[in-house]
Write a protein that binds this ligand. Structure first.
Ligand SMILES: [Mn+2]
Length: 328
């Protein structure tokens, strides 16, 4: 095994974790497999050191993560009274404090360690380990474990694999280097079951997903002379199709997969007049900067932001920004 990036200074993180007794690991709101996989991999590793470790998030873990060992120990909800004893909190894959969903006061008397690969990270921790070279936060945990001399267990390896698989859209992004593939070989050697990951993540969809996908694809728009594609999901479609927001995971890839499309946008209702916008782009465009200008953040090729307003208002605003991006 070797480090993905050997020039990263993990010492402040490893020292804080080693001296902590009770550690709370927290994922971001509407968690994906990268944040949950990172949380679980770190959980198993710290447990092996005899630490008291708690995993508690604002929102429940998605169904696709339920095959990962330890996911049954992840609790969720706004109540964090039971977490007062934690002396260290580790936030994984969350670009801002707001992405954790909890009242900022909770973190005030704790050492907050912020581990993330979003370039737009706001450095909200007492210790910040932010490195946008990593394809996933799970890959950062892979390096952290080595720096702490913690052997890679099968449980941690499986969790890191789920994180990397999903955050690279199945190894299709340019963040995937030869070293990433060498890491995957290590994860498999350690016991990560890639067949189980594939069936659990990509072949376990509810039927309702395809009902809501039909509605979504029917509305697809191609704009900017074929250079951008737009998809959205309306609030009342969830009830119509007996689905939840997590059932729309990956829909944006349909928009991105069209020949000639350089920027794909997916607008998902997240409540009355609340929209979660996801963007995917390719060089030379930087959708992360576009999302940041709208109040969100992300990477050059993948970014997101929550927007308020009617769908027409929000769509018009974003369409204008995308068109400006092409003209700039
Ligand atoms: Mn991530």
């Amino acid at each position: 095994m070797s480090l993905l990036y050997s020039d990263v200074d993990w010492l402040p993180v490893t020292q804080a974790l080693k001296s902590a007794d009770c550690i709370h690991i927290v994922a971001h709101v509407t968690p994906d497999a990268d944040t949950i996989g990172s949380q679980l991999a770190l959980f198993h590793a710290l447990k092996s050191l005899g630490k008291h470790v708690v995993m508690h998030n604002m929102d429940p873990a998605p169904r696709i993560c339920q095959y990962l060992q330890g996911s049954e120990y992840i609790s969720h909800g706004a109540s964090i009274d039971g977490l007062k004893d934690a002396d260290v909190v580790v936030a994984v894959d969350a670009g801002s404090l707001g992405r954790l969903g909890f009242d900022a006061a909770y973190f005030s008397d704790k050492t907050l360690i912020n581990i993330d690969h979003h370039a737009s990270n706001t450095m909200y921790g007492n210790i910040n380990l932010i490195d946008a070279r990593y394809c996933a936060t799970g890959a950062m945990i892979y390096d952290l474990l080595q720096c702490m001399n913690i052997a890679l267990s099968a449980e941690s390896a499986a969790a890191i694999y789920a994180a990397v698989l999903t955050d690279t859209t199945s190894f299709r992004l340019s963040t995937v280097t030869a070293d990433v593939h060498r890491m995957v070989a290590d994860l498999m050697d350690a016991g990560a079951d890639v067949g189980l990951a594939a069936t659990s993540i990509y072949q376990s969809h509810r039927k309702g997903r395809f009902d809501i996908l039909q509605l979504c694809l029917k509305g697809m728009e191609i704009c900017d002379d074929g250079h951008s594609a737009w998809l959205w999901v309306e609030q009342d479609w969830y009830a119509q199709t007996d689905t939840q927001a997590e059932d729309t995971e990956g829909f944006i890839d349909y928009a991105r997969s069209i020949e000639g499309v350089e920027v794909a946008a997916f607008l998902r209702a997240d409540g009355e007049h609340v929209w979660k916008l996801s963007l995917r782009g390719q060089a030379p465009y930087h959708v992360g900067k576009l999302a940041a200008a709208l109040g969100g953040g992300g990477h050059q090729y993948a970014a997101g932001v929550t927007l308020l307003g009617t769908r027409d208002e929000v769509t018009e605003k974003v369409k204008r920004a995308v068109t400006e991006l092409f003209n700039s």
